[in-house]
Ligand binder design. Structure first.
Ligand SMILES: [Zn+2]
Length: 204
């Protein structure tokens, strides 16, 4: 039962009036709180009705007027004061609770993140392979070129596998290659940091 229904079916206006210190006579009449009433002209029962000014309503309207608050706040106050159980609805305007992401969704995100790391690293390797390919006169191969030829095939393999696997299979694969992927992620970070500094001098 929602708050309003629960309050209205549990407490009468008369009970509320008496609880909040309004004098109710034996015939169920009180001085009206809606107009300047010297002789009791408001009947309080299940609802209330003033025979003088015509004010009329239920217990929640009554409490709202008595405390100068909105209907919801009045109902909450009545529920608290009379120990009325009710469903706790989200207050209007409150953000609904975000549903927890499913395990599958989280695994998929994990798969995508690792795939992105491998992609970034793979692009670097391709770039190094092209930029630092040795010329016939070079005595030593550039370390970044070495890195490219050493790791390209492995990274290509991992990209293929990750792309084609289900999220839970991907998780197993990532666990198996955790150290390598961690190292690749580190390399990507180093290159990005070097690029930001404006120096693209990297060593192995
Ligand atoms: Zn009145």
């Amino acid at each position: 039962m929602d708050l309003f229904e629960a309050v209205k079916s549990s407490v009468t206006t008369r009970q509320a009036a008496e609880h909040y210190g309004i004098k109710v006579d034996r015939s169920g009449k009180a001085c009206c709180i809606f107009h300047n009433d010297r002789h009791p002209s408001m009947k309080v029962d299940e609802r209330y009705h003033c025979f003088s000014c015509g004010a009329d309503g239920d217990v929640i309207d009554f409490a709202a007027r008595l405390f100068g608050v909105g209907l919801r706040e009045a109902a909450q106050r009545l529920a608290a004061d009379f120990n009325i159980p009710h469903e706790r609805a989200c207050p209007s305007g409150a953000r609904p609770v975000k549903p927890r992401r499913s395990l599958m969704q989280r695994l998929k995100t994990y798969q995508d993140e690792n795939y992105r790391i491998l992609c970034s690293y793979y692009h670097l390797l391709r770039q190094w392979d092209a930029e630092y390919a040795p010329k016939p006169e070079d005595e030593d191969w550039h370390p970044l070129y070495m890195e490219a030829i050493q790791n390209s095939a492995k990274v290509e393999y991992l990209l293929d596998e990750l792309q084609d696997s289900t999220p839970d299979k991907a998780k197993e694969l990532i666990a198996l290659w955790k150290n390598e992927i961690g190292r690749y992620a580190g390399r990507v970070r180093e290159v990005r940091a070097a690029e930001r500094r404006g120096s693209y001098e990297l060593s192995r």
